[in-house]
Design a protein around this ligand. Structure first.
Ligand SMILES: Cc1ncc(COP(=O)(O)O)c(C=O)c1O
Length: 389
């Protein structure tokens, strides 16, 4: 199947990104570069599989097909050199839900849970909404390139009764693809201090050309008794509405714990359309993904080059992975004035830096690059024009 990547105008399709901005931004008529899904039609195989199922006309209780697991397991083997066994995989309707569940399972109210900030803000919610203590270890920002402050990470763990660590690998929003050595060091510190690791690998397939391969946390030997890996086809293939994710637990005791928890909240399976589309995407979606990565990468390069030329004091973090670009406009925008610039003047909806861990990130914005080059060019032009005046 030869794939053509189709960009679609999604306005008026009841989508969160373009039609539901009012809840967060107070208005809807903005260029949507915020929530992380793509403006591209999904792999053709996934679209056709969903249509075939729709045409069948009966949508009763559905048995999860073996092919769904096989397609994912084969993908993991082929593209991540990771051997996942069928019996290790559990269902969840998304990635954020099981992050919350594991926080509840592995920590008690008042316990510390650590994250590396700036970080995807539902991690912060998972800690705060469950009455746990949010412990932030800031990444070190070296002219837009972020690294882990391991001494700070360990000290914060030791000083704050930290019982769990929520890891974004690759990291949303700074775009880092952690090296094996970095991951090993994180895990060794967590082992030393008895910290459970909740590894969110939802962006693991979105690795930009020229950057190192992503290392699956399960490919680091010796830690499976203290971690859960959670991933999905949702970011990879733009299938977030399908609502199924993979909670991977090689450790039998952890599986028993998770099964008991799922039984207590009575969650079993997801919806049939989701399985059908996700299976087809993992089976036949590679060409589509490669083409989409080219578009994202080219959008990222455009933003980098154009901002460097027009606004030399802006710092664009190099995009190693994800399709979310972290941009420091602090040199141009006064504290508290980011919304005025981006929303009121530029008419763009972005994720604001302070959402990712506090006011110290207020000079940043996060751009969603998974849209047409025209949208990206237009957004950059508006920002340049309004900053330069
Ligand atoms: C790091 C990360 N985890 C999880 C999610 C969303 O997961 P879900 O919608 O499956 O709960 C996102 C979406 O942006 C994300 O960036």
């Amino acid at each position: 199947m030869s794939e053509t990547i189709k960009y679609v105008d999604r306005v008026g399709t009841n989508c969160n990104k373009w039609d539901n901005m009012t809840a967060r931004f107070g208005e809807n008529d903005l260029m949507a570069l915020w929530v992380a899904d793509m403006d591209f039609v999904v792999p053709e195989a996934a679209r056709q599989a969903a249509m075939k199922y729709a045409e069948f006309g009966i949508y009763g209780y559905y048995m999860v097909p073996d092919g769904y697991y096989d397609a994912f397991i084969n993908w993991e083997k082929k593209y991540h050199n990771c051997e996942v066994k069928r019996e290790w995989i559990r269902f969840s309707p998304g990635v954020v839900s099981p992050i919350n569940w594991w926080v509840n399972m592995k920590t008690k109210p008042g316990d510390g849970v650590i994250v590396m900030t700036p970080v995807y803000y539902p991690f912060l919610d998972a800690i705060n909404n469950n009455g746990r203590k949010l412990i932030s270890s800031d990444l070190v920002n070296n002219n837009g390139v972020y690294t882990v402050d391991f001494a700070d990470f360990e000290k914060k763990i030791a000083d704050n009764n930290v019982k769990a660590f929520i890891l974004s690998s690759p990291h949303n929003p700074v775009g880092r693809v952690w090296t094996r050595e970095e991951l090993e060091q994180m895990l060794a510190i967590c082992r030393k201090h008895n910290v459970f690791v909740i590894a969110d690998e939802i962006h693991h397939d979105l690795i930009m050309p020229g950057h190192r391969e992503h290392t699956e946390i399960l490919n680091i030997p010796g830690y499976t008794d203290m971690l859960v890996a959670i991933t999905a086809g949702s970011k990879t293939f733009n299938l977030a509405g399908c609502q199924n994710s993979f909670v991977i637990l090689p450790d039998e005791k952890l599986r028993e714990e998770f099964d008991a928890f799922l039984n207590s909240i009575r969650i079993r399976n997801g919806n049939a359309f989701g399985y059908v589309a996700v299976e087809a995407a993992f089976r036949e979606g590679r060409e589509w993904l490669d083409k989409v990565i080219e578009i994202i990468n080219s959008n990222a390069k455009y933003v980098e080059t154009e901002l460097k030329a027009q606004l030399p004091k802006a710092v664009v973090s190099p995009l190693e992975g994800t399709y979310l670009q972290w941009i420091d406009l602090g040199a141009y925008v006064e504290q508290g004035k980011m919304k005025e610039l981006i929303q009121d003047k530029c008419r763009i909806a972005v994720d604001y830096g302070d959402w990712f861990g506090g006011d110290r990130f207020a000079g940043f914005i996060r751009f969603n690059l998974a849209t047409s080059p025209e949208n990206i060019k237009e957004a950059v032009a508006r920002i340049v024009k309004n900053i330069k005046g």
